[in-house]
Ligand binder design. Structure first.
Ligand code: ZN
Length: 56
């Protein structure tokens, strides 16, 4: 998932185990929520979801 700086917090709420990478705008990706230029790439690792819920 790619998001702009306005929506990185909203996107994090959608994800159980966020991993964030800052990307350059020149890469041309669009925000998942508003289609503006993305500044971050968010990774989600599904196999860790159950472990994280137990930890919380
Ligand atoms: Zn956005």
């Amino acid at each position: 998932m790619f998001v702009c700086s306005n929506h990185v917090k909203d996107a994090l709420k959608l994800m159980y185990v966020p991993h964030i990478k800052l990307i350059t705008e020149e890469e041309g990706f669009r925000c998942h929520l508003c289609k503006n230029k993305a500044k971050y790439k968010l990774f989600q690792y599904y196999h860790q979801r159950n472990m994280t819920r137990k930890a919380i």
